[in-house]
Design a protein around this ligand. Sequence first.
Ligand code: SF4
Length: 215
Amino acid sequence: MSDDDTAAAGDGSAANRMEGPDVIACEQCPELVESRSRIVDGVGPDDADLLLLGEAPGANEDEQGEPFVGRSGSILDEALRDAGLARDDVRITNCVRCRPPENRDPHTEELANCRGHLERELAVVDPKLVVTLGKVPSEHLLDRSIAVTKAAGDVVDVRLGGRGYRAVVSVHPAATLYDGSQRETFFETIARAAEIAGVGSGGDEDGGQSSLGQF
Ligand code: SF4
């Protein structure tokens, strides 16, 4: 890792440091520093075409140090498989990287604190498409309130850190556990995302363009 790959992030202090897309040290959110057992960075290739964005680590993620494990992770893996993708083919990350106490939603200030880390990760990975998994990441990226069950599958252009990205709104995989009717919505959204990004079974075997016209 060269010096060029390291950067002060967040408040710019030496205590908040990134290497490539990963946060090496950060103590900007006192409550989360208290409740976390580790910083949960994104996983997957740092040049992935598809990046999946969740809200925050839960208990399983905090324990294993990886986003979307446990039941939500199994559903996500299943939807990816249906779309012809393995977990290792995509980048998976969260809006905040430290587990909130009692699994509460991250506060606005915590989302803002961690935004610089997300901006840098997105700049490094430069995905063709971002999928926002659930209400919090959708509203964080689109910067407006969203009814995700209605907006699921919508393709939008967003700006983060002065750069533009294409994104698809999705329900959270856990929504399929509480409401069976959301399963089809979630699986279809992941399949559409793969097609737009041109990966998995959504990829063009000739290496050509994805079927953006449909969206
Ligand atoms: S959530 Fe993000 S900004 Fe807050 S302490 Fe963790 S890494 Fe730092």
